[in-house]
Ligand binder design. Structure first.
Ligand code: ADP
Ligand code: MG
Length: 685
């Protein structure tokens, strides 16, 4: 049955072909789109202020009598004024309309009207220019209540939007689907759909608006939580291998340093999961340098103590290489058997390692995607750890998981994201946050400069290199066919320029068009210290550790997201040397400047990302494709945290009682969730 909600907006009264096209531009095609296009803000015209109590510069709604006949005054050619006075019991206001001669005939002396506009004081006189007005008896008018303000595009007016929404609400009547099950609505005291849509557009009062808003935000986040919950495959609910509690002091006391309390917390969270009898699905989130690798090593040790094999998946060869060395230093003393398997392992190595994996002769395998190639088999895989999660698709994660018999899963992410966002993006995971850096960590001094600092910057490079340090220079990524916008540095050209400038230094250049093998070799020689200055696009790997690098220069820094800048900055300051990050940008765009300023003011990745989220909105958060978030209509992920948590709990409860949403009373919900999947096919799968 066709629903009124599917009606094309061009059939609404007052909307023709042209206006319909303007609506289309806003993404509004059908009545249901229009109804989901919520006001951007509201104007409070709900109460009338006595004229004498109005203040200079404030918007006020007054109810007053037209005190003299409106006069038409021609000031000069092309400027016509309509002027009159209006009075109420308390005072007088001079009202002027510019270039609206018809107003003269719409108002007559003695008529009582409502006016809404800005009050200005001219000496002791109050005045109002071009106010909105209507007769006091106009039903459903634009004064005396809270008025919605919609996002517009050329060809549309607020009045037109209001009338189109009004018509749609009236005609849609009961057709607005109630996707929230009654039990949920009652438990969380949420308004009904009809009430919510009516009052989000035309609030009866502010209390009603709040109820409407809360319900719609809840609905949005609840739908998302249900979608994510359903995404958790049978694995998420599956029984897991139950590990014994183990005294970890043997491991911790073997370390050259004491773990931070945040590290200990993450380890014990994960241990509790693995002892629960259910499969662990945990995200460990920590800023760069917070020591996630140690957490992973502790859990590998724990699994080994319980007779289980672990697999550690890194996003790139070079990271796999580095992790191998780190894990060895932590775990070799215990005789834990570790091997590495990557795409570049020789056929013979691969064969050998696969044989050892299949026969259970290894305790830890570290590698890249090669770990889950079809012909790799594992005996007794109990724990799967993936590093830098956002580089792997959910699918890749699950293919590694499928190698074991419901192994426990730990995901490590170095992208600090606000907890609100984490709850959504990783809605299928429990979260531990490492919110503390190991003691004695120096902060990376960060500066935002423009081209006029170039000479000083070059001198600084020279000085640091002569002190034995190494330098990273990052240029924005240029797409294959993209023409270089003016002023933008390409990595290759910039590297050439630096070689000319520092003929005695070794300058390397890595970019995405190089073959992986060449890229890898260049990275390796930088790690070894054979290259002084490494120019690159953002291909420099997320977790690469070059303790000797003390300067990170980012060219055209305004082209990068804040989180990305923070990640890049995390490449330096990893050793004992005082380190610096210089953001070069000639932008005079205010937002870009504000963003760069955030970088110079804090080294805390969570703060950076929170500010980034505020400035850019979640849609842009990780750049175009990686965020995996459907667009939010009402919910503000920065401020609606409480509702988000409630919605998550509610979704969890509901899915426990009806995992496939197949009960008849959940049909509308199931459809809405399916629609969400359809609309976000590429991110929610
Ligand atoms: P990330 O979280 O970025 O992966 P790493 O695990 O690479 O961080 O740790 C960064 C550095 O800090 C490593 O050199 C590691 O040995 C060191 N480290 C980790 N934990 C501690 C600690 N508790 N005390 C001192 N140093 C630590
Ligand atoms: Mg790391």
């Amino acid at each position: 049955m066709a629903s009124y909600l599917d009606t094309d907006v061009r059939y609404l009264k007052g909307i023709g072909e042209k206006k319909a096209q303007a609506l289309n531009k806003l993404g509004i095609f059908k009545v249901c789109d229009l109804l989901s296009c919520f006001p951007r803000k509201y104007e409070d015209r709900s109460s009338f202020t006595p004229i004498a109590l109005t203040h200079d510069g404030e918007n006020a709604c007054i109810q007053a009598v037209v005190a003299d006949s409106p006069r038409l005054v021609r000031v000069r050619k092309g400027v016509e004024l309509v002027k009159f006075r209006a009075v109420d019991d308390s005072g007088t206001v001079d009202i002027t309309f510019f270039n609206a001669p018809y107003v003269k005939d719409q108002l007559r002396r003695g008529q009582c009207c409502n006016f809404y506009g800005r009050i200005t004081f001219l000496g002791s006189h109050r005045s109002m220019t071009n106010p909105v007005f209507e007769d006091e008896n106009t039903p459903g008018g634009v004064t005396g209540r809270i008025i919605p303000v919609y996002r517009l595009t050329s060809g549309l007016s607020q009045r037109l939007m209001m009338s189109a929404v009004r018509q749609s609400l009236d005609a849609a009547g009961d057709e607005l689907p109630e996707v929230l099950p009654e039990e949920v609505r009652e438990k969380y005291r949420l308004a009904q759909t009809g009430f919510a849509y009516e009052n989000i557009h035309f609030p009866r009062d502010f209390e009603a608006l709040e109820l409407a808003r809360r319900r719609l935000i809840f609905e949005e986040l609840f739908l998302l939580a249900c979608a994510l919950g359903k995404m958790r495959d049978s694995h998420g609910r599956a029984e897991g291998i139950r590990l014994e509690n183990t005294d970890m002091s043997e491991f911790f006391s073997s370390l050259p340093f004491s773990p931070t309390s945040a590290q200990l917390r993450a380890v014990s969270d994960a241990m509790a999961d693995m002892q629960s009898g259910r499969v662990m699905n945990r995200l460990v989130q920590g800023d760069v340098g917070s020591g996630k690798t140690l957490v992973a090593a502790a859990l590998v040790w724990y699994a080994w103590k319980n007779g289980l094999m672990s697999a550690f998946m890194a996003p790139t060869e070079i990271l796999a290489e580095q992790h191998l060395a780190t894990f060895r230093s932590f775990l070799d003393p215990f005789g834990i058997r570790i091997a590495k398997l990557t795409g570049s392992s020789t056929a013979k190595e691969k064969r050998e390692i696969k044989a050892r994996l299949a026969s259970g002769e290894l305790d830890l395998i570290i590698g890249t995607h090669a770990l889950f190639s079809d012909d790799t088999e594992y005996a007794g895989l109990g724990l799967v750890i993936t590093d830098e999660q956002h580089r792997f698709g959910v699918n890749q994660r699950s293919s590694l998981i499928s190698k074991g018999d419901s192994p426990h899963v730990l995901v490590m992410s170095a992208t600090p994201i606000p907890r609100t966002l984490a709850l959504i993006i990783y809605g299928d995971l429990d979260i531990s946050v490492i919110d503390e850096l190991p003691p004695g960590r120096q902060k990376v001094d960060t500066f935002a400069v423009n081209e006029s600092y170039r000479a000083r910057l070059n001198a600084f490079i020279r000085r640091l290199v002569s002190e034995g340090r190494q330098v990273f220079v990052v240029c924005p990524m240029i797409e294959e066919n993209e023409e270089l916008p003016e002023g933008l540095k390409s990595a290759e050209e910039h590297a050439e320029a630096l070689s000319r400038l520092f003929p005695d230094l070794k300058v390397g250049c890595v970019h995405s068009r190089l073959k992986p093998k060449v890229k890898n070799e260049l990275m390796q020689s930088f790690v070894k210290g054979d290259i002084h200055i490494l120019v690159s696009t953002t291909v420099i790997e997320v977790g690469v550790d070059v303790p000797n690098a003390a300067l990170m220069i980012i060219e055209n820094a305004d082209r990068f997201g804040l989180s990305q800048l923070h990640q890049l900055r995390g490449r330096v300051g990893r050793g004992r040397h005082k380190s610096y990050c210089v953001l070069v940008s000639d932008t005079d765009n205010e937002i870009s400047e504000a963003r760069l300023k955030i970088m110079t003011s804090t080294n805390d990745g969570f703060k950076v990302s929170e500010e980034d989220l505020k400035l850019r909105g979640p849609g842009d958060f990780f750049g175009s494709r990686q965020h995996g978030l459907p667009e939010m209509h009402v919910a503000d992920l920065c401020t609606d945290m409480n509702v988000l948590q409630t919605a998550q709990t509610a979704a969890k409860e509901l899915l426990e009682s009806d995992p496939d949403l197949c009960k008849p009373e959940h049909e509308a919900l199931r459809k809405a969730v399916e629609k969400l999947f359809e609309l976000n096919a590429d991110t929610l799968n």
